[in-house]
Structure formats: structure tokens, C-alpha cells
Design a binder for this molecule. Structure first.
Ligand code: UD2
Length: 304
């Protein structure tokens, strides 16, 4: 079985990837600087993986991390839009320069394929739905620019060098181990934490806004498919469920699952918030054979 490197392996999505790669028998290595990831996310498998504590900006750590590796799953990044607005230079250093350094290290180490995590943020707030990969992109934050650069660097490497690359544009990923503590944490992580604690949730706006929520298990499946599918090389691919759910519907589902009502406080809409988001996933189906398996209800149950 291949040797796989997961950058950001101690994070939310990365740790789920580690778990599944081990299940299928890969030799797994993690590169993480533990800035937003947590050692606890890796604790159950700590004895079975190699962990390199290091930063994407550290060339020596990248060389060690990529040595002897077949596949790279690049999940490490500074993930917060607001942080990128406050400090664009650091977001650029980690997400753009860091990705470039990783790609160089992967190329030099003879890695077969890199799958990079991009984001629906690259689409901006174009109201046209569903968002498909041929649409004009419209990054509205330094974070979105950094994800666009991440995917484009990966694809240019696929064209220029013997390093295959696939970029996955994640929509709203949710599931167990997503950190609910920051005000900018994913809405499902926050609502599930509140539902468990019997606490109030805050809806920014009137709750009619909608997102395309995709379970982390499906995002992991998409990554595994993207690492192998021949036709995926050099492609940008949306990863989502292809279904739209409003926050009010989300609240209703959580109330059904917990069997009690969830107190809601309404607050002014966040500035820069987009109203609706929905992905076209026909490319993921065609190129990867990707079929989302986890319903929103089942995913919420697991998260709770
Ligand atoms: C997602 C990504 C973000 C970026 C963006 C691009 C997550 C966690 N964030 O942001 O990184 O890629 O897409 O479009 O996936 N909300 C509430 N109450 C809360 C928290 C959120 O009402 O306690 C609202 C929020 O104002 C928004 C919706 O819920 O309307 C979804 O918020 P989010 O932060 O989960 O995700 P999003 O789509 O803003």
C-alpha cells in the first residue's frame, strides 16, 4: 500500500483522512504545526502513524515529510476568512508560499499525486446557482485568493512537472471533531454544541440563508477517489452534497434529532455573508465516481 502524507493531519478534515487511510492499510505520515489542529484528534492512532511537527514554511520539515511518499493530501492552511482580512500577509505566507514549498518538496521527492484542498470561497457571491467549475471565479477575501492560488499552483505543477495534482473545492464541510469554539467555526459545529449543552444558538440574519453541507466522511471519500482516478489529474472539482439547506431547516432537523426545542436568538446578518450556496457535483460524479453517502440527518446525528 502507498505511503501517504496528510498535511494538517491533526485538524478536522485531516484527522478523518488519517483514520480512513489507516483503515485501508496505507502507511500514514502527518505534517502539522498544531496551530489550529489538536494532538487529541490523532490520539487513537498515534502509535500507528508518523507525526512530523513542523510548518509549511519550513523547507527542512517539508523535505522530511515528503521523503518516500506516494500521495499527498494537502489539508494544512489558515482556514479563517476573517483572519485573512485582518492579516493577509500571514495567510499568504502559509497558504500560498507554504503550498508552493510543499509542491516543490513533493516534486523533488518523486511524489506521484497531490490532492489539494480548495474552497467554495473562490466563487464569491455570484448569485448564479448551482456553482459549477466553469463559472467565473470571484475571490472576495485574501483567504479566497490564497485558495485560488493553492489550486492553480497545483495544476501548473501537474502541467510542468511529473507531479500529478487534483484540486477539490470543498463546500460547507461538517462532522465530528470540527471545533465549535470560535465565533467563525462552522455553523453546524456551533449549533450541535449548543444543542448538546441545551444552550441558545445565534442566527445571523433571518435564517433563510442556505448552504450545501457535506459530511466529512464524504469529503474523505472524495479525496481517496481523487488520489487515484486517472481522469482527475489536472482538474478542479467541487465537493459537496449538491443539496441546499437553510439554517431554519437545520434548526428543525436538530430539534427533531434531539427531541427538544432549540432556543434561537436572531442577530444582524454578518457583513460579507453570502445568501445561498449550492454546488453542481456532476464533475465529481463523472471524474471521480463520487456519490455522497451521508445524508444531512445522519451526519447531524453523528456530529451530535
Ligand atoms: C464557509 C467557510 C469559509 C469560506 C466560506 C466561503 C466554513 C466553516 N467556513 O463559510 O471558510 O470558505 O464558506 O463562502 O465552512 N451562522 C449563524 N450562526 C452561527 C454561525 C454561522 O447564523 O453561529 C451563519 C453564517 O452567518 C452563515 C451560515 O451560518 O450565513 C454559514 O456559516 P459558516 O461560518 O458555517 O460557513 P460560511 O458559508 O459562512
Amino acid at each position: 500500500m502507498p505511503t501517504s502524507l496528510v498535511t494538517g493531519g491533526a485538524g478536522f478534515i485531516g484527522s478523518h483522512l488519517v483514520e480512513r487511510l489507516l483503515q485501508r492499510g496505507d502507511h500514514v505520515r502527518v505534517l502539522d504545526n498544531f496551530s489550529t489542529g489538536h494532538a487529541a484528534n490523532l490520539a487513537p492512532w498515534r502509535a500507528n502513524i508518523e507525526v512530523i511537527e513542523g510548518d509549511l514554511r519550513d523547507a527542512a520539515a517539508l523535505a522530511r515529510a515528503t521523503a518516500g511518499v506516494d500521495l499527498v493530501f494537502h489539508q494544512a492552511a489558515l482556514p479563517l476568512v476573517q483572519q485573512s482580512v485582518d492579516d493577509p500577509a500571514t495567510t499568504n505566507a502559509v497558504n500560498v508560499d507554504g503550498t508552493l514549498q510543499l509542491l516543490l518538496a513533493a516534486r523533488d521527492a518523486g511524489v506521484r499525486r497531490v490532492v489539494v484542498a480548495s474552497s467554495a470561497a473562490v466563487y464569491g457571491d455570484d448569485p448564479q446557482l448551482p456553482k459549477h467549475e466553469r463559472m467565473p471565479i470571484q475571490p472576495l477575501s485574501p483567504y479566497a485568493v490564497s485558495k485560488l492560488a493553492t489550486e492553480q499552483y497545483a495544476l501548473v505543477f501537474a502541467q510542468l512537472y511529473a507531479l500529478e495534482a487534483v484540486a477539490l473545492r470543498y463546500f460547507n464541510v461538517f462532522g465530528p471533531r470540527q471545533d465549535p469554539r470560535s465565533p467563525y467555526s462552522g455553523v453546524i459545529a456551533r449549533f450541535c454544541a449548543a444543542a448538546r449543552a441545551g444552550a441558545e444558538v445565534t442566527i445571523f440574519g433571518d435564517g433563510s440563508q442556505s448552504r450545501d453541507f457535506v459530511a466529512v466522511a464524504d469529503v474523505v471519500s472524495a479525496n481517496l477517489l481523487a488520489a487515484l482516478a486517472p481522469a482527475a489529474n489536472g482538474q478542479v472539482i467541487n465537493i459537496a452534497r449538491g443539496e441546499q439547506t437553510s439554517l431554519l431547516e437545520l434548526i428543525r432537523l436538530l430539534e427533531e434529532l434531539t427531541g427538544r426545542s432549540l432556543p434561537v436568538r436572531f442577530a444582524p446578518a454578518r457583513s460579507g455573508d453570502i445568501l445561498h450556496s449550492l454546488a453542481a457535483i456532476d464533475r465529481a460524479q463523472a471524474l471521480l465516481g463520487f456519490r455522497p453517502q451521508v445524508s444531512l440527518r445522519e451526519g447531524l446525528h453523528l456530529t451530535l
